[in-house]
Design a protein around this ligand. Structure first.
Ligand code: ATP
Ligand code: MG
Length: 798
C-alpha cells in the first residue's frame, strides 16, 4: 500500500466550500498563510475543511469536520496588513482520512468521494424543479442574481446543480456541512428542497410582519410629518408664537383657576388625553374648548364680600338710581341686611313683578351696584329647551355650556348679581322642562352643586345673588314658591313727573350731548307729555318721548342754529307731533248701555269700555271683542242673574225671549279676560234693557256671583292708577278690597271718590242715573185680594 499523500489543509471558520464553488477567502492565521505558501510553491492542491467551532484559533484534527473540499487556488493577493486574500475553487468532495497538526501547518490525507446515484431516478428533473423553487425564493429575497439562475438552468448535471445551490443558500454552516456530507444525491436534493421551502416560508412570514409594522409606522410617521408641516406653515403665517407651549399653558391655567377638587381632576385627565392626541384632530379641538371653558370660569374670585356691605351706602345708591319705590327699596335693604347677618345668600329669591317700564331691570342693575357685585342678565322669555339653561353634552359637535354658566364666565366673579328677566315667560315642551333646571339653580339648598351637562362637574352657584323679574304672577307654581314677590304696580302722574324731571331728562340730555342752558322746559310740559303722548304704567314711552325732545333740540341747535330752545305746552307738538291720546276718557254724556270697566293686564291697569245693545229678536246673545273664556262666562252669569232678578229691576221677563242681546268690548284686537268686569257687564245689560243711562263719571271693577254678590279683585292699585290717568272721578270697587286702599297714594284718593259695594243692587244704585222701580204686581181679579199670597202657598203644599 502506498503511503498516502498529505496535502496542506486550510481550516475555515464560517464557510463551507462545495465542489464547483468559487469563493474569496481572507486568510490571517500564521499556519494558514504558511499552508498557502506551500501550495503556491509546489503547485499543489489544498484541502478546505470547516472548523466545528469557529472560535478555535489553532484547530487540531479533532476540531475539524471529516468532510472537506479539495480545491485549487485561482488567485492570491497579499494585503498590506500581512493578511492574504485568495480566490479558491472547489474541485472534489473529499473525506479526510488522516489529519496532522504539524508545526508549520495542518496536513491531511484524503479520499475523494463520488456521489451515490441511483440511475433509475430522474434526478435532473428533480433538480430543475428545485431551480424553479429557487427562483421563487429569489423573487422574495433578491439575494441571488438572475444571471446565476440562468447559468444554473443551463447545467445538465444534477450533482453540480445541487452543490451550486448549496453554496448559494443562506443557511447555517452546520446545515451546509450536512449537505456536503450527504453522498446519496437523491437524499441531498431532497434535503436541499426542504431547506429552500423552509426559507421561502420564513421569508413569507417575515415579510408579512415587516409589512404590518411598516404600515403602522408609516401612518404615524405620516401624521407626524403632516403635523410638523402644518405647524411650520402656521409659524410662517404667524399663527403660532414661537415657543408657545400649549400643554404647559393649560397646566398653568388649571392651577391658576383654583377649581374644585373634582374639576381639577377632570381637567388634568382631559389634559392627559390631549397629550396623546394629534393636535389638529377634531377631538383635540373639543378637549381644548372644554379646557378653555373650565379654566376661564370664575371658580374662586369674588368681588366685595356680603359682610362688607355698608347698607347706608347701598340705600344711597338705590335712591340715586331710582325715584320713589320706597317700599320696594326698603324690602331690598331688609333682604340685604339679613344676608349680611347670615353671611350667605339663603332664603327666598327676590322677584320684581310689575308692568313694563317700571324699572325692574334697571333696579336689578342698581342692586348689583349697591352690593358691589358684577351684574349679568339672562332673559328667560321664550326659553323652552332645558339645554339652553343646562347646556349640551360634549358629545355634540359645537356644544356649549348652558346660559347660566355662560353668564358666569362673562361675570368673571363667583358672586355676581344674576338677573333672570321675564321668569313668567318660561315655557316647557317636548324638549324638556327648563323650569326644573332653573329650580336647581335657584334653590339655595341645591345650587352649590349645579350641574351643567357640558362641564360634567358641579359648579357652585351658592354665592350668586339671583334676582328675577316678571310682568305677571303667572309663574310656574314650583318656581313661584321659591320667590319673594315684590310688586311694582306702576307710577302715578306725580311720580312720573318727578322721575322725568330728576332722572329721565338729565339722562337724555347727557346722552344727547345737550347743555343745561340749551333746553328749557316750561312747567306743565312734562305733564302734557305724560297725558297726551303716553298711556302706560311705567315710564318707558315717557323716556322715549323725552329722548325725542332732546333729539329734536339737538337738531335745532345744529341745523337751525338756535342755541337756546324753550319748550312750552303750545309748541310741544312741533317736537312730538300731534297728540296721540286724548286726556280723560270720560264720555261726554251719560249713555244707555255703555259702562267704563277697569281691567288689569300685564301692561298694568287699563280702562275697558263695555257696550251692550238690545234689538228685536229671539233672545239670542252675541258677545264680541275677543273676550276670553272667563269673561264670556261672566257675561252669561250676568245675564242669568239679571233674568232671575228682572222684576226687581223693573224688567218684564218676556223681554228675554223677544229681544237679542249684543255685548261688545271695543278695541277688539286686544284680548281680554278675567272675571273682574262682572259688575260692569250687569250694569251695561240692565241699562240697555231698561233704557236708563249710566253715569259717565263712574268706572267699576268687581266679580259678580249668580246671586248678585260682588267678589274682590286683584290689581287694585294698577286699576286705580288707570282710572286716575283717564281722569275718572268716581270708582266702584268690591267691599272686600277696601283694605287694599291703604296702599294707594293719597294723591290719588284725593282725586277719586271710591265707593265700596257688597252686591249688585248697590252698584246699580250708584251707577245708573235713575233709580230702578220694581215691576208692580199685576193683580189677578178673580182671586180674593187679601188672601192671594196665602192661597198660592197653601195650594202648593197640597
Ligand atoms: N323709579 C324710577 N326712577 C328712575 N328711572 C326709572 C324708574 N323706573 C323706571 N325708570 C327708567 O325706566 C326705564 C325702563 O325701565 P326698565 O327697563 O327697568 O323696565 P322693566 O320694568 O324692566 O320693563 P320690562 O318689564 O319691559 O322689562 C329705565 O331707563 C329706567 O331707568
Ligand atoms: Mg326689563
Amino acid at each position: 500500500m502506498n503511503k498516502p499523500e498529505f496535502y496542506p489543509c486550510l481550516p475555515l471558520r464560517d464557510i463551507v466550500i462545495f465542489p464547483g464553488m468559487i469563493a474569496p477567502l481572507f486568510v490571517g492565521r500564521d499556519k494558514s498563510i504558511k499552508a498557502l505558501n506551500e501550495v503556491m510553491k509546489n503547485n499543489k492542491k489544498i484541502i478546505l475543511v470547516t472548523q466545528k467551532n469557529a472560535e478555535i484559533d489553532d484547530p487540531a484534527a479533532g476540531d475539524l469536520y471529516s468532510f472537506g473540499c479539495e480545491s485549487k487556488i485561482l488567485q492570491l493577493l497579499k494585503l498590506p496588513d500581512g493578511t492574504v486574500k485568495v480566490l479558491v475553487e472547489g474541485i472534489d468532495r473529499v473525506k479526510i482520512v488522516e489529519c496532522d497538526n504539524y508545526k508549520e501547518f495542518l496536513k491531511a490525507s484524503i479520499e475523494v468521494v463520488k456521489d451515490k446515484i441511483d440511475e433509475k431516478e430522474d434526478l435532473l428533473s428533480f433538480s430543475l424543479a428545485m431551480i424553479r423553487k429557487l427562483e421563487k425564493l429569489t423573487n422574495l429575497n433578491k439575494k441571488i442574481s438572475s444571471e446565476l439562475l440562468t447559468s444554473l438552468k443551463d447545467q445538465k448535471n444534477a450533482s453540480k446543480i445541487a452543490d451550486h445551490i448549496s453554496g448559494l443558500l443562506n443557511i447555517s454552516i452546520f446545515e451546509k456541512q450536512k449537505l456536503l456530507e450527504t453522498i446519496d444525491l437523491k437524499l441531498r436534493l431532497e434535503k436541499l428542497m426542504e431547506l429552500i421551502n423552509n426559507e421561502i416560508n420564513v421569508i413569507g412570514v417575515e415579510k408579512r410582519i415587516r409589512g404590518r409594522v411598516k404600515n403602522q409606522m408609516e401612518q404615524t410617521q405620516r401624521e407626524y410629518y403632516l403635523n410638523e408641516q402644518m405647524k411650520a406653515i402656521q409659524k410662517e403665517l404667524g399663527e403660532i408664537e414661537e415657543g408657545k407651549d400649549e400643554l404647559g399653558n393649560y397646566q398653568k391655567a388649571i392651577i391658576k383657576a383654583k377649581m374644585s377638587k373634582e374639576a381639577t381632576k377632570k381637567c388634568i385627565s382631559e389634559l392627559k388625553k390631549l397629550k396623546t392626541m394629534s393636535s389638529m384632530s377634531a377631538e383635540a379641538t373639543v378637549v381644548r374648548n372644554y379646557l378653555d371653558w373650565m379654566t376661564e370660569l370664575p371658580w374662586h374670585s369674588k368681588t366685595k364680600k356680603i359682610d362688607n356691605i355698608d347698607l347706608n351706602e347701598s340705600k344711597k345708591i338705590l335712591d340715586k338710581d331710582h325715584y320713589g319705590l320706597d317700599k320696594v327699596k326698603e324690602r331690598i335693604i331688609e333682604y340685604l341686611a339679613v344676608q349680611k347677618r347670615v353671611g350667605k345668600i339663603k332664603g327666598a329669591i327676590l322677584c320684581l313683578v310689575g308692568p313694563p317700564g317700571v324699572g325692574k331691570t334697571s333696579l336689578g342693575k342698581s342692586i348689583a351696584r349697591a352690593t358691589g357685585r358684577k351684574f349679568v342678565r339672562m332673559s328667560l322669555g321664550g326659553i323652552r329647551d332645558e339645554a339652553e339653561i343646562r347646556g349640551h353634552r360634549r358629545t355634540y359637535i359645537g356644544s356649549l355650556p348652558g346660559k347660566i354658566i355662560q353668564q358666569m364666565k362673562k361675570a368673571g366673579s363667583k358672586n355676581p348679581l344674576f338677573l333672570l328677566d321675564e321668569i313668567d315667560k318660561v315655557g316647557s315642551d317636548y324638549r324638556g322642562d327648563p323650569s326644573s333646571a332653573l329650580l336647581e339653580a335657584l334653590d339655595p339648598e341645591q345650587n352649590a352643586n349645579f350641574n351643567d351637562h357640558y362641564l360634567e362637574v358641579d359648579y357652585d352657584l351658592s354665592d350668586v345673588m339671583f334676582v328675577t323679574t316678571a310682568n305677571t304672577l303667572n309663574i310656574l307654581p314650583p318656581l313661584l314658591d321659591r320667590l319673594e314677590v315684590i310688586r311694582i304696580p306702576g307710577y302715578t302722574e306725580d311720580e312720573k313727573i318727578n322721575i322725568a324731571n330728576n332722572y329721565l331728562l338729565p339722562k337724555q340730555m347727557k346722552d344727547n350731548g345737550l347743555k343745561e342752558s340749551e333746553l328749557t322746559l316750561k312747567s306743565n310740559v312734562i305733564q302734557d307729555v305724560i297725558r297726551s303722548y303716553t298711556r302706560e304704567s311705567g315710564v318707558r314711552n315717557l323716556e322715549r318721548e323725552i329722548s325725542k325732545l332732546a333729539r329734536k333740540t339737538v337738531k335745532n341747535i345744529v341745523v337751525n342754529k338756535t342755541p337756546k330752545n324753550e319748550i312750552n305746552t303750545e309748541n310741544l307738538n312741533e317736537f312730538l307731533g300731534i297728540k296721540k291720546f286724548k286726556y280723560g276718557e270720560i264720555e261726554t254724556e251719560d249713555k244707555v248701555g255703555i259702562v267704563t270697566g277697569l281691567a288689569w293686564t300685564e301692561f298694568g291697569g287699563e280702562i275697558l269700555k263695555i257696550e251692550s245693545a238690545t234689538m228685536p229678536g229671539k233672545g239670542k246673545m252675541q258677545i264680541t271683542g275677543k273676550l276670553g273664556d272667563v269673561m264670556q262666562e261672566s257675561v252669561k252669569a250676568a245675564k242669568s242673574y239679571i233674568r232671575s232678578k228682572s222684576l226687581e229691576f223693573g224688567i218684564i221677563p218676556p223681554v228675554f225671549e223677544k229681544k237679542d242681546f249684543h255685548i261688545h268690548v271695543p278695541e277688539g284686537a286686544t284680548p281680554k279676560d278675567g272675571p273682574s268686569a262682572g259688575i260692569a257687564m250687569v250694569t251695561s245689560i240692565v241699562s240697555s234693557i231698561t233704557g236708563v243711562p249710566v253715569d259717565k263719571n263712574i268706572a267699576m271693577t268687581g266679580e259678580v256671583t249668580l246671586r248678585g254678590h260682588v267678589l274682590p279683585i286683584g290689581g287694585l292699585k294698577e286699576k286705580l292708577l288707570a282710572a286716575h290717568r283717564a281722569g275718572i272721578p268716581k270708582v266702584i270697587i268690591p267691599e272686600e278690597n277696601r283694605k287694599d286702599l291703604a296702599d294707594i297714594p293719597k294723591k290719588i284718593l284725593d282725586k277719586i271718590v271710591v265707593h265700596t259695594v257688597k252686591n249688585v243692587d248697590e252698584v246699580l244704585k250708584i251707577a245708573l242715573t235713575k233709580e230702578l222701580k220694581p215691576v208692580e204686581w199685576i193683580e189677578v181679579e178673580s182671586l180674593p185680594k187679601s188672601k192671594s199670597g196665602e192661597k198660592q202657598s197653601t195650594g202648593s203644599t197640597h
